[in-house]
Design a protein around this ligand. Structure first.
Ligand code: GLN
Length: 489
């Protein structure tokens, strides 16, 4: 292993090489910072690079290792989606509204990973306030997909997915409200894990739709996702929706044994909206699980077709409330020379927010307004309960539900920007898990015309171990996740 190859290592590989003293954390971090400098201009995956802080943290990790006291993730590089507050480093949420915002504290996810020794390389680009499926709504510009620079890396965690696929870092955090970890993972050939709602603290994660948002990770191997989840998960008294459940050592418990695992197939996930070649790749992946002993079984989610319309009432409603704090007074961009208070609010919000965010705020305000509340918001909440009940019943019959992560491989930048409804349909297979609060994971399962596609797995509440084990078993039998875009090898 020369220092020229350090970017090819997964977290798990880098950790054992560091333990063996093959290279130092400083060398690893330097190698990646060099790649970021060389390759990020074409990708635009970073909003901020924290080179000096990263070198200092790597030095500290090397010292702990030399003293024989390494932490769980000591010296392992990571990038945080720019939705997580980082003390002393700006947190933009992809918005002009927060272009200069520096949080006075760390998000719990950031603090826990740092306390486990992980080294932050910077903050990744994202759709504005995590609203989008292509990373094109970012104030800082679109992100390119390393597999084809003309294509989107997915969104909203598009910076995270692109930089992991391009091996600018072995791992990045993400957030998933309707699919924003899993869809970009699928479109870049990476692993994306969205844990159970409440498994990981949302403290310090800028809120989009609080009842749906959940933090997770994008990595290349399932093992790495398991390793990071162990460090991130757990109760946090500062997030009243985080749940006090013990955190297992997810990575240690991966055995890849899926014999007898009941895998549910939902017919609607393979209907006319699914690209045919993507469907073939997913069916082949299901065949692999079956050949390893899993039992495939049809299951019914009778109300799943209502998940996208339900989400696009609930999520904007919550967003319209959450984003009211960005008014130029409490938080965010302040317009110059206001005539009066109303002018200050209107122009600050008008200038600070982009078009998609405004669309969501308008929709959300509308569905919550007196006279429409019952017809839209309340009805959506009822349908949400039905969808959650469908999953509950299905998980009485199967252990995981498997299908495609996204209906198509990566699409060209600009292809869907004028058609919000088509853009929203990107998450048609992932949104159900958010509405029901369930964990979901995307694992690379093939290529269509040179672009990666993903297999999507969903499990019952707090069954992350089952999910990770099924995906790990699949990775043991496949090598899609080791493929690398040519220019990034
Ligand atoms: N694409 C969906 C949206 O635009 C989901 C985004 C997300 O999961 N943050 O709302």
């Amino acid at each position: 292993m020369t220092t020229r190859d350090l970017h090819t290592l997964t977290l798990t590989e880098a950790r054992s090489a560091l333990d063996r003293g093959q290279f130092s954390a400083v060398e690893l971090v330097d190698a990646l910072l060099g790649r970021i400098e060389a390759l990020n201009p074409a990708l635009n995956a970073f909003v901020t690079v924290t080179a000096e802080e990263a070198r200092a943290a790597a030095r500290a990790a090397d010292e702990r290792r030399a003293a024989g006291r390494p932490l769980l993730l000591d010296g392992l590089p990571i990038v945080h989606k720019d939705i997580f507050c980082t003390q002393g480093v700006r947190t933009t949420c992809g918005s002009r509204m927060l272009e200069d915002f520096v949080a006075p504290y760390d998000a719990t996810v950031v603090a826990r990973l740092r306390d486990a020794g992980a080294v932050m390389l910077g903050k990744s680009n994202m759709d504005e306030f995590a609203m989008g499926s292509s990373n094109e709504t970012s104030f800082f510009g679109a992100v390119a997909n390393p597999w084809n620079h003309a294509c989107s890396p997915g969104g909203s965690s598009g910076g995270s997915s692109a930089l992991v696929a391009g091996r600018l870092a072995p791992a990045a955090t993400g957030t998933d409200t309707g699919g924003s970890i899993r869809q970009p993972a699928a479109l870049t050939g990476t692993v994306g894990l969205k844990p159970t709602y409440g498994r990981v603290s949302r403290y310090g994660m800028i809120a989009f739709a609080s009842s749906l948002d959940q933090a997770g990770v994008i990595t290349r191997s399932v093992e790495d996702a398991a390793l990071l989840l162990t460090a991130m998960a757990g109760f946090d008294e500062r997030d009243s929706t985080s749940i006090d459940e013990p955190v297992p050592d997810y990575a240690a418990a991966l055995d890849g044994d899926v014999s007898g695992l009941r895998v549910g197939i939902v017919q609607q996930h393979f209907d006319a909206g699914l690209d045919a070649a993507t469907g073939d790749a997913v069916r082949a992946a299901l065949g692999v699980l079956e050949s390893r002993g899993a039992i495939l079984k049809d299951v019914d989610l009778p109300n799943i077709d209502l998940s996208v319309p339900t989400y696009y009432v609930v999520a904007p409603a919550e967003a319209s409330s959450n984003l009211s704090r960005f008014d130029g007074v409490r938080f965010g961009h302040r317009a110059a020379d206001p005539e009066d208070l109303l002018d200050l609010y209107c122009r600050s919000r008008g200038e600070g927010f982009g078009a998609e965010v405004k669309r969501r705020i308008l929709t959300g305000t509308y569905v919550l307004s007196a006279g429409y509340y019952d017809a839209y918001y309340l009805k959506a909440q009822r349908v949400r309960a039905l969808i959650a009940e469908d999953f509950r019943r299905a998980f009485g019959q199967v252990d995981v539900i498997a299908g495609p992560t996204a209906p198509t491989p990566a699409f060209e930048l600009g292809a869907k920007t004028d058609d919000p409804i088509t853009m929203y349909l990107n998450d048609i297979y992932t949104i159900g898990a958010n509405l029901a609060g369930l964990p979901g994971l995307s694992v690379p399962c093939g290529f269509v015309d040179g672009q990666p596609v993903g297999l999507h797995l969903v499990a019952g509440h707090f069954a992350e171990q089952t999910l990770l084990n099924a995906a790990h078993s699949y990775q043991q039998a496949s090598d899609w996740h080791t493929a690398c875009p040519e220019a990034y090898a």
